[in-house]
Design a binder for this molecule. Structure first.
Ligand code: FEO
Ligand code: CA
Ligand code: CA
Length: 691
């Protein structure tokens, strides 16, 4: 079924997975090990009976407290569960004023098997899975893949991308891209999931990690081209990483292959990330649990409890890597699990540099990390733990940033993330709890808003969490955050400071279990039962301090539904948006949002929304991605936008029956790729969002 672009309405899509209404079963299996088909691993009772009921009791009395919980349960039936996809709302009016940088005709919701961009915009593929990266790498050959070729070619399932200029004009740049995960059933013809071959497993190890590439921007005519260069590099599951910071060398990180607990082979499930002000790339190791087998063979109850909190599963793993390297078998090497789930840092300027795992930033399912430089020069890293009912974190360095782009300054600045204080967020709403009824209806004061505090977990060798050593805080951060009563959030993805207005934004993708029986109820920060479309949080944070105020900028979904909110903007003029994931900012301070798992019957897309002035909340869709794909890693500059198109055609049963032919068309197989978009001004690249 396809869109009818003339009307802008789309035909509902069939549901293809019981896990997430719009993500395919294959995506769920290979990306996160069916995380949402399992019970969320946060079974702690903090901010559940502890905070919320106490709050209700103190304000409303015991009877009203019971009423709120009962209402949450009833509401769960009304709003939760897996509702069928239905037609997306009409194309918003394109008339009316637009904020600077957002003046284009929005792309209507659609289900086209291509990247759909606004009228007057051009696009070109920059690089695809299998294209050569390291000089001398062979061209991609789908039917004759080898680990040796893949470890020199562009990896699979590109997620975050960062652009690091090498000159003042921004013509020569380093492009750093995450390869989040492999989808073996689509990578290999005739793949037998029960009996993968060693060759296939080794290709998958080489298809994870990162790519570093030199890219040239055509500043006059638009576009971005990959070039062979000495910078070009692949980082894979075979690349050695140095573990640094306060948990380096900890007993929890020691294995038979690495008795020092300081050297780890590889990185995995690298989701989002951030480019640092000193020109390196940070990347989050996210759903690392799925690569490990046999958590049930761990007998020590304490170790077992720790593995459970991170979602490690019993039995064989999806990819069966444990058959080829016993480090993936928790029964044999339980500590190998603790060597993943970190923020890693890559210095793309030096292709021989050893990438780093920063233990001071804690261990969880890291979406990514983005940096703000405080007035006093200390650096703050904002981070989300992307799991239902998990937390938001920040890290404040002890040292201060050295300006300048020298290798010396870069080495110093990479060290900033080794020593500092790690915090987790606790939110409070300012409206009476009874006004947060789970429907998404705004409370009487007109906003979901309130205040919050950052609770310290550890700083250097000092733990602030009773019962936890500092090493335990860093390695088992989720459990430490449970103990201090952090606020359970609806899947915190990107958390990113806006360089123009200084406020911090967080994409909360969705949470099918919010407020449903047996789970944490709604609160003002996560106000919808069975939150299907997600929301975007805005914080006014004292970067190095411990207090903040917050408000919900967007409560996503169909603008025609009363349970959505678009910053107070006229909902007749906005694009529908669902499941916000990655964030970026343009030079005007507009927030760009890519989505993962649109629940409104359209393909995923990239959107822009002004956050200040009269157009605040005026969401406009800038592009959509092909069948089965997710929009990832947007880069937004004055005259170039790029997105990573992840898992195109992932609703296919296997490699022989592709459901997408993007990007090569015809009857080709889909390939995850990065594409560049620019405004064509009569053969010249014009400014994005300006007519
Ligand atoms: Fe890999 Fe949180 O998305
Ligand atoms: Ca309020
Ligand atoms: Ca993501």
């Amino acid at each position: 079924m396809s869109a009818r672009p003339d009307s802008g309405r789309v035909v509902p899509l069939p549901l293809v997975s019981s896990h997430s209404a719009r993500r395919s079963a294959v995506t769920c299996e290979y990306r996160c090990g069916n995380a949402c088909a399992h019970e969320a691993p946060n079974t702690s009772d903090n901010a559940y009976f502890g905070d919320i009921v106490a709050n209700v009791l103190s304000r409303r009395g015991a009877l009203k407290g019971s009423a709120v919980l009962a209402l949450s349960t009833a509401g769960a039936m009304a709003f939760g569960g897996t509702a069928a996809a239905r037609p997306a709302p009409p194309h918003p009016e394109s008339g009316g004023p637009s904020a600077p940088g957002t003046d284009f005709d929005p792309v209507p919701p659609n289900t086209e098997d291509r990247v759909v961009v606004p009228e007057g915009y051009e696009q070109r593929i920059v690089i695809r899975w299998g294209d050569p990266v390291v000089p001398g790498a062979p061209e991609f050959d789908f039917h004759h893949q080898t680990p040796e070729a893949q470890q020199r070619q562009f990896g699979y399932n590109n997620d975050f991308a960062g652009l690091i200029p090498l000159d003042g004009a921004g013509r020569r740049n380093l492009l750093v891209v995450n390869h989040e995960y492999t989808t073996e059933t689509h990578m290999f013809p005739g793949y037998d999931a029960e009996n993968p071959t060693e060759q296939q497993v080794r290709i998958a190890w080489a298809a994870h990690g990162q790519s570093v590439l030199l890219v040239m921007r055509d500043l006059a005519r638009g576009g971005l081209t990959a070039e062979p260069s000495r910078y070009n590099r692949r980082i894979t599951l075979n690349t050695e990483f140095e573990v640094r910071g306060p948990a380096a060398g900890s007993d929890h990180l020691k294995t038979s292959a690495d008795p020092s607990g300081t050297r780890v082979l590889g990185t995995q499930n690298n989701c989002a990330g951030g480019v640092t002000p000193w020109g390196t790339m940070l990347s989050g190791e996210e759903n690392v649990h799925q690569y490990f087998a046999h958590a049930d063979r761990v007998t020590d109850p304490r170790t077992k409890r720790r593995l459970d909190r991170y979602g490690f599963n019993a039995g064989a793993s999806t990819r069966k890597w444990e058959r080829f390297d016993e480090r993936w078998d928790l029964g044999r090497e339980p500590n190998e699990a603790n060597r993943f789930g970190w923020i890693v840092e890559i210095d793309p300027h030096d292709p021989d540099s050893t990438p780093v795992k920063h233990t001071a930033l804690g261990r969880f399912k890291h979406e990514g990390a983005t940096i703000e430089v405080a007035e006093d020069g200390r650096v703050v890293a904002y981070m989300g733990d992307d799991e239902r009912f998990d937390y938001m974190y920040k890290f404040v360095s002890h040292g201060t940033m050295k300006p300048g782009g020298s290798a010396h300054a870069r080495r110093h600045n990479m060290g900033l993330l080794d020593e500092g204080t790690l915090y987790v967020a606790r939110f409070s709403g300012d409206s009476p709890a009874a006004e947060i009824d789970g429907s998404g209806a705004l409370p009487a004061d007109g906003e979901f808003d309130g205040s919050g505090e950052w609770l310290p977990l550890a700083g250097g060798a000092k733990s602030y969490v009773p019962g936890f050593t500092a090493e335990e805080v860093y390695v088992f951060t989720r459990l430490a955050a449970d103990a201090v009563g952090a606020t359970k959030m609806d899947r915190p993805e990107d958390v990113q400071p806006n360089p123009v207005n200084g406020r911090v934004y967080c994409a909360l993708t969705n949470n099918s279990n919010r407020g449903t029986p047996g789970h944490a109820p709604v609160d003002e920060t996560n106000p919808r039962i069975g939150n299907k479309h997600g929301h975007v949080l805005e914080m006014d944070d004292d970067a190095t301090g411990t207090r903040f105020s917050w408000t919900l900028l967007l409560v996503c979904g169909d603008p025609e539904d009363s349970n959505t909110y678009f910053g107070g903007f006229d909902k007749n003029r906005v694009s529908p948006i669902s499941c916000p994931d990655n964030l970026a900012f343009d030079r005007h301070g507009n927030l760009w949002i890519s989505t993962d798992g649109n629940e409104l019957g359209s393909h995923d897309g990239l959107f822009v929304v002004p956050v200040d002035g009269p157009q605040r909340g005026h969401v406009k869709q800038f592009l959509t991605v092909p069948n089965g794909a997710e929009t990832c890693g947007p880069i937004v500059t004055d005259n170039l936008v790029t997105v990573c198109v992840q898992h195109p055609g992932e609703d296919a049963e296997d490699a022989q029956h592709p459901t997408s032919h993007w990007p090569d068309g015809g009857d080709s197989r889909p390939r995850p790729s990065l594409t560049a978009v620019w405004r064509d001004e009569g053969g010249r690249a014009g400014e994005i969002g300006r007519r």
